[in-house]
Structures are given as C-alpha cells and as structure tokens.
Design a protein around this ligand. Structure first.
Ligand SMILES: Nc1nc2c(ncn2[C@@H]2O[C@H](COP(=O)(O)OP(=O)(O)OP(=O)(O)O)[C@@H](O)[C@H]2O)c(=O)[nH]1
Ligand SMILES: [Mg+2]
Length: 664
C-alpha cells in the first residue's frame, strides 16, 4: 500500500486525481439523472422497448467511458519513468521497469477492471503466428499468461511488472516468421551472439489491471516500446493510437530531436489535420541533464527554453504545447517528499496542463452527446402525450355537443364514430402492407452492409493477397477491398434514403387521412462510417510502403497480420454502423406504430363512451368529468417530463464539485 509521505509533495497529482474524481462524480450524477427519467417513464407507462434500449446504451456508455492517454517515443526517452512519476510515485519506488537501452518490449496498457483481480496479463509473442488481432485475443483469457499482483508488496509488484521487458533468444528464421526480424534495425540492436539467433520480446502485449484511483475512474494509460516495435504491431498504429484521447510524445533533452524521433512523430503522430496535432502534447524530458551548477539559474532556464522552441519548430507545434520536465528527478522528489526538487523538475506544470485540458474537453463531448440523446428521447415521449391530449380534447368536444340532445342525435353520432373506425381499420391494412415492404427493404439494406457482406469481401481480399504476393497484387487487393466497402456504403445510403422517402410519404398520408400528428423522421447518414473507412485507408496507405520496405523477408506474415488488423477495425465500423442503422430503422418505424396504436385506442374509447351515454343519459356528465381528470393527469405528465429533462440538463451544466476528500 502507498506509504505515508509529506502532504505537499503529492499536491499536484492530487489535483489531477481531484479533477478526475470530479469528472467521474459528474458521470455518476448524470447516470442517476437518466435512470430517474427512465424510472419515471416506466412508472407512467410511457417507456417502450425502443426507449429501454436507448437508455441502456446511454448508461452503458457513461459507465464505460474511458480516457486513454498514450505515451509514445523512441526507446529510452523516459516514457515509463514519466508514467512512474505521474501516476505511481505513491508506491515509493519505481514500479514500471525503466532503464537504459530498450526496456519496455511490448505495448503495455494500465487500466482497472473491477471484475478482475489485480494482475498483469501477458499475450505471448507466439500469437503473432495466428491471424487474429490483440483486440480479438482480449476476448480469450486462455491465450494470456496471468500473474497476480500483490498490492501489499511493492517489490513483488515491480518484479511482476518487470515482465514487460522480458526477451528470449530464437532462431532468426522464427523471428522473421513472427514478422519481427529486420536486417538492419530493430533486432540487430538487441544483442546478438553467434549467427542465426536473435533476442525477441517474450510478449506481444501486456495489460496491467491495477486499482490505482485514477485508473479506477476510467483512465487508461498506454505505454509503448520504441519506433520499430510500434511499426510491427498494427494494433498500435491503427487502433490504440488513433483512438487515444491524448498522446504524449517524449523527447530527451540530452538527445535533441533525432532522426528516429522525427520518424516516430511523422509516421505515427503528426496527423494531417491541425485538430489531431493539437491533441498531442510534446514532452522534453531529462532537462536535469542541462542543470549545471556552474551556470546561473537564468542561464539554465534560457537553455531549456531554447531547446523547447527548437523542438517545437522541428515538430511543427506551438512552443506552448511543449513541456520541459525531468521525470526521473520528479519521481525522486515525490518519493522523498522534496518540494524544491519537485518544483525544479517542472512536472507539476505538466500535470496541471493535463488535468486542465484533458478532462474538461472530454466532459464537454460526453455532455453534448448525452444532452442530444435525452432531448430526442423527450421529444418522442412528448409527441405521444400531445396525441393523447388532442384525443381527449376531441372527445370532450364531441360529448359537450351532446348535452341536451335526444337519443337520435346520440345514435347518429355513434354511427359517425363507427364509420371513422372502419375507415381507420382499412387504413390499418395499408399499414400492415407497409410493414411488410419495410421489413423487405430492411433485409435488403442489411444484405448490402451487414457483417456477411464484409466477411465475403474480406475472404476475397485474403485470397487475392495470397495468390499474388507482390507489391502490386497486394496493393490492388487492398484497394479493391476499400472500393467494395465504399460502393456498399453508397448503396446503403441510397437504400436508406429510399426507406426514408417511403416513410415520409406514409406519415404524410396517415396525417392527412386519419388526422394524425404529422411526423418527420430524420434521415440516416453514412458519412460518419465513410469517414472512418477513409481514415483506415489513409492509415493503410501511409504504412504500406514503410512496412513493405522495412520487413524484407518477413513481409508476408506481417502483411497478413496488417490486413487482419485493418479488417478487424473495419468490422468494428460495421458493428457500430449496423447497430446505428438498426436503431434508426426502429426510430423511423416505431412512432408510426405508436401513433396507429394510440389512434386505434382513442377511437375505441370514443365509441365506448358514446355507447355508455346512449344507454343512460346521466353518463354524459360523469364521462366529461372523467375526461377532465385525464386531461389534468396528462398536463401533469407533460410538466413532469419537462422537469426531468431540465434536471438532467442541470447536471450536464453543473460546475465540477472538486471533492473535498481528494484534497484532504
Ligand atoms: N537523467 C535523466 N534520466 C532519465 C530521465 N527520465 C528517464 N531517465 C532514464 O532514461 C532511461 C530510459 O528510461 P525509460 O523510462 O526506460 O524510457 P522508455 O522511453 O520507457 O524506454 P523503452 O521502454 O525502452 O522504450 C532510464 O535509465 C531512466 O532512468 C530524466 O528525466 N533524467
Ligand atoms: Mg519503457
């Protein structure tokens, strides 16, 4: 367990922890606001299956919301040391292995999943021979080696964590088969003794499940190995890094910006659009190397400043995005409770920037998305309530007109309602026919962009790659893979527009014929998924040549794995798109279903009350007062709904309550 230490030394990361705690607290409050709305809807009999699914999804998203921060750099720049200094100084020692030379040999995720015991899980490097991605392996516990973490013993913990730097000696041919061995670069830099054997990482990926307060609240830290290791694991380049909320790129003051630093930056981080670039934070580490007792403090600061500016210029980012620190001295300072050294390490400035930038930005995005969904939900419920109100008003009007009238008039009226009901029931047949067409069109739509279509496309691509394993063959196969997806997406856009048109016409028709509320469903847009596919294709194009040239002999193993990673990312896009399409189809159809059901009910009620009045004229006033009560109850529901939505809005807008406990 963390040892006691002077209060002040911990202040800066407490700030980060406090902000994170406040953010989690906000998510919890937001979740309970949404649950309250859902409960109220259920109580009032206003929730249907579609609403249940929407709320469930919203809550899940809020619950699982993660904030991923990746640390990327060439080896030995101090990534692991920086993670130790920011997050694990409380343990009073270096937790993640950090040493000269290559240390972290596999991508390492630090997170907390309460459903599992604290442990480090390691995916053996041998899994590179199989055509599956790390993300897929995550679903199979038996593929991983799990070492439990003893939280009460820092030494044993750090020993368990040292596994991320394990290497083993294998024949060169095998390393090539894993897609690891390259003649000039990566592995030759590891000590090789004797011909034909080479040291390779023991593990392909590590996940550390560890109940650190920040991780418990949804922070995920991603530590990565240096340049070439990044390049050989497509999972990193295509999935983990693009999806990180922030990427910290680390330089070392003693090395300056080297060619390999620039390679890492340009290949994996630079990004084309300024927005991506803005999410990058550059760290100039090891500034203690510039400390010099023979110079004045001002001189040293000027030198650091000069390095910050020149690094910023080389990377094409504003100098304000570059933070000069020394991770090692910061860790030392925190462990010893040395305030002066901690300030001098400048780590607090970085921590402050992290907590100020990252969390509010994330909160804004989550808040806006939640607000939009709650609003859409409320609009649907409100439409139903409006329809009920109109029905009651109509009935009351009808009945009031009967006051003092004789039986004939009542009979006449009953006939009229009966006719209306007949007309409606004929309309129902059309509605049933529409539903059949709708189901047919929906099936056709899923034929075009369902998972089966993707599976067929992927197997065809795999076959093509294998049958023509030359640059052009692979390139053509891949282009065709993306082109097919694009064609399918265009086709899906066309078909969903057709469905939309049909439903618009149907709503208009029902509104006209049956006097139902006119409703205009939103169209479905494929743009989001198209953009994601474009991004994957760009990433593929960017990495293709690099990979092709880099891994001369192992290229086929690597190419296949590279394709599998792309295919699994594309599948992810399809999963989301299919899910969204499914909810869209429900959202387009279910208001009409509800309207029709509701209208049917109202007609029956009208007929019933006129029948009752026909039997006994005393029923009229009684029935009218019943209607009055129903109207009042409905008005109360409308007001309550508005209150529930306002309450959720208030939570979304509420300022962060920085919890006292975190500062105590
Ligand atoms: N002088 C000094 N040394 C540092 C500092 N930060 C890290 N180091 C040292 O630099 C070496 C490399 O640090 P690591 O944390 O292992 O670097 P890394 O970027 O994780 O490297 P890989 O895991 O190999 O990719 C270690 O010996 C650290 O102690 C610092 O601020 N100042
Ligand atoms: Mg490391």
């Amino acid at each position: 367990m963390p040892q006691a230490r002077p209060e002040s030394a911990l202040a800066p990361s407490r700030e980060l922890a406090a902000r994170f705690e406040a953010y989690s607290d906000w998510r919890r409050r937001l979740s309970s606001g949404i649950s309250a709305l859902h409960e109220w809807l259920a109580q009032q009999d206003l929730a249907d299956a579609q609403i249940d699914v929407k709320v469930q999804r919203l809550l899940e998203r809020l619950h699982q919301d993660k904030l991923v921060v990746a640390f990327v750099a060439e080896f030995s720049r101090g990534k692991s040391e920086l993670i130790n200094a920011i997050f694990f100084a409380d343990f009073g020692q270096r937790l993640l292995p950090s040493s000269a030379g290559r240390t972290t040999m596999c991508p390492t995720e630090l997170l907390y999943d309460a459903s599992r015991a604290p442990a480090i899980r390691l995916l053996p490097i041998e899994t590179r021979l199989k055509d599956a991605t790390v993300a897929e392996f995550k679903n199979y516990a038996d593929e991983w080696v799990t070492i439990p973490l003893d939280l009460s013993n820092a030494d044993r913990m750090s020993e368990a964590l040292s596994r991320v730097s394990q290497v083993k000696r294998v024949p060169v041919a095998l390393a090539r088969k894993y897609g690891l061995y390259e003649d000039e670069d990566f592995l030759s830099a590891l000590e090789t003794e004797g011909e034909g054997a080479v040291d390779i990482p023991c593990w392909r990926h590590a996940v550390i499940n560890f109940p650190h307060p920040l991780l418990q609240q949804g922070l995920v830290i991603l530590d990565t190995p240096g340049l070439n290791a990044i390049g050989t694991e497509p999972e990193l380049t295509l999935n983990l890094l693009p999806n990180a909320h922030a990427v910290l790129f680390i330089l070392a003051a003693d090395a300056g910006v080297t060619k390999t630093d620039l390679d890492v930056w340009n290949r994996h981080l630079a990004g084309e659009d300024p927005a991506t670039r803005a999410g990058r934070i550059v760290i100039l580490n090891k500034i203690d190397g510039l400390w010099d007792e023979l110079k004045t403090e001002a001189e040293v600061d000027a030198e650091i400043d000069r390095q910050v500016r020149s690094s910023a210029q080389m990377l094409g980012v504003p100098p304000a995005q570059v933070f000069a620190v020394t991770a090692q001295k910061a860790l030392l300072a925190k462990v010893n409770g040395d305030d002066a050294l901690l300030a001098k390490s400048r780590l607090p400035v970085l921590e402050d920037a992290l907590s100020r930038k990252l969390i509010p930005a994330k909160r804004d995005i989550v808040g806006a998305a939640t607000q939009a969904e709650v609003k859409a939900l409320a609009v649907g419920v409100r439409a139903l309530l409006d329809a009920r109100q109109n029905g009651i008003a109509e009935q009351a009007m009808e009945l009031r007109a009967l006051r003092g009238k004789n039986q004939d008039v009542v009979e006449h009226m009953m006939d009229r309602v009966r006719q209306e009901k007949d007309l409606f029931e004929r309309g129902l047949q059309r509605f049933t026919a529409l539903r059949t067409v709708f189901a047919q069109q929906t099936n056709e739509l899923f034929d075009v962009v369902g998972l089966d279509a993707l599976r067929t496309n992927a197997s065809r691509t795999r076959r093509h790659i294998e049958s023509s394993p030359f640059t052009k063959g692979v390139r053509d196969a891949m282009s065709e893979f993306f082109a097919t997806i694009r064609r399918d997406f265009d086709e899906a856009a066309r078909r969903s527009a057709e469905i939309h048109d049909m439903m618009l016409a149907m709503y208009a028709r029902f509104a006209k014929e049956q006097g139902l509320e006119r409703y205009t469903p939103a169209p479905f847009s494929m743009l989001k998924y198209q953009k994601e596919i474009d991004r994957l294709e760009r990433a593929y194009n960017q990495h293709f040549n690099t990979l092709w040239n880099m891994v001369s002999k192992a290229k086929f193993a690597l190419m296949r794995r590279f394709f599998e990673t792309i295919a699994s990312r594309v599948k992810h896009v399809y999963d989301i798109e299919n899910r969204d399409l499914d909810s869209w189809l429900k959202a387009v159809m279910s208001p009409l279903e509800t309207q029709v059901k509701e209208h049917h009910l109202q007609l029956r009620r009208r007929l019933d009350s006129i029948k009752r009045i026909h039997r006994a004229s005393g029923e009229l006033e009684e029935r009218l007062s019943e209607l009055k009560q129903q109207e009042e109850a409905l008005n109360a529901q409308v007001r309550a709904l508005a209150r529930e939505v306002v309450a959720i809005d208030a939570i979304i807008q509420s300022p962060d309550a920085m919890p006292q406990a975190a500062n105590a």
